[in-house]
Design a protein around this ligand. Sequence first.
Ligand SMILES: C[S@@+](CC[C@H](N)C(=O)[O-])C[C@H]1O[C@@H](n2cnc3c(N)ncnc32)[C@H](O)[C@@H]1O
Length: 428
Amino acid sequence: MHGVGEPEPRPTATPSGCAKPALETGNLLTEPIGYLESCFSAKNGTPRQPSICSHSRACLRIRKSIFNNPEHSLMGLEQFSHIWILFVFHKNGHLSYKAKVKPPRLNGAKTGVFSTRSPHRPNAIGLTLATLEKVEGGAVYLTGIDMIHGTPVLDIKPYIADYDSPQNLMNFNLQNNQHKPRTASQSDSGTDTCDQRQSSVCEKAQPCHGAEEKLKHLEDRASEENSPKPSNSTETPCSSPGHRDRAADLELDSRISENVGVTELQHGPQELKNFPEPRSLEGTMVLQGSSVETQGAASCPTRIADRAPGSVVPTWVREAPAAPLQVRFTPHAEMDLEQLGSDAGQVSFKYFQSTEEAKCAIKAVLAADPRSVYRRKLCQDRLFYFTVDVAHVTCWFGDGFAEVLRVKLASDTVQVTDPEQSLVPLGS
Ligand SMILES: C[S@@+](CC[C@H](N)C(=O)[O-])C[C@H]1O[C@@H](n2cnc3c(N)ncnc32)[C@H](O)[C@@H]1O
């Protein structure tokens, strides 16, 4: 990997008053991973959001100055249908920004800049969810973009509906908690109240004829080649509101995902004009039992800017490395937590609003097994510590469970200090 300069350990002001780059203080020195080749040459006429024009096209070539072998950095990305693009609004002209702006949709009225997608913001960073058409060598081909030619791109990340869409978050938690049959202790655990909420929405999605050809192709192949369709093949696999049949999902996920890889690799020419038909954001798809998200479109609107599009992820994303752990507290730890939570009748947490909430959070953290793979494999019998809010938690892990042993007041709570207001630099 190519270095981008030695980071300064401390924030120091330059003569111009700017802070020198220092990761710890957030003064990041960025180096674009590439410059976008876009069908839009100027701001004027460029869509305000990617969902507006699914046929807009762009190509991003990862620079060799970032990775000697750019194609290595894109390995596996072809298995995703959508990616986030983080970029710099390099044509803002000037670096001024205001606390309140007038977004076009507010017709002249003002609102706080952070409640908008305005390009004029303190760090001039844009975020676009683009459709990934194909990966070829060290380049990605995109459709559904709202960035102009020459836009410096800082990063790309896969779109994972399970993490990135609130609706899916609920299902994801549900799925994780369904890994194992729930035991009485789990039911009693209190985790239910915070982590096993079911989405109240499980709309019945309708097949969308205008939806994108490629995903349809994947659907066809998945159903033809691999599996019998679910018996109720005209319905989304919801056995109860908000509850999808994750087992069926997982089974078909792998097939769909493999197909995605294959399909992507089959695309040939590099020129933008030879792009495949764009994966449309227009409308949603019903892929029975597949990883393509169904987002409950009863009809097929020409634009669904307010709904998440169907998306594809590789199987490994959906398959948790291990089943969620059962979490329990020793009576001592329960007592510790009660004491910590009530300071002469007052809740003494800074972030949690109740002891129960703190307990939920601790359980959620531990159920997902926060240990590194190294620790999990090689230091199984070591105590594990972490701090959340004012609670310093000590626990140990056994086969399929984590047990909280002690909960004490954290002596050194993490301070978030603005370096400008402190003579003591962060990290000292
Ligand atoms: C409203 S912003 C939204 C961008 C992104 N989706 C976001 O939410 O951060 C989109 C507009 O930014 C402008 N734009 C696109 N690329 C730009 C660039 N590199 N520099 C400055 N403005 C840009 C275009 O006028 C486009 O219509």
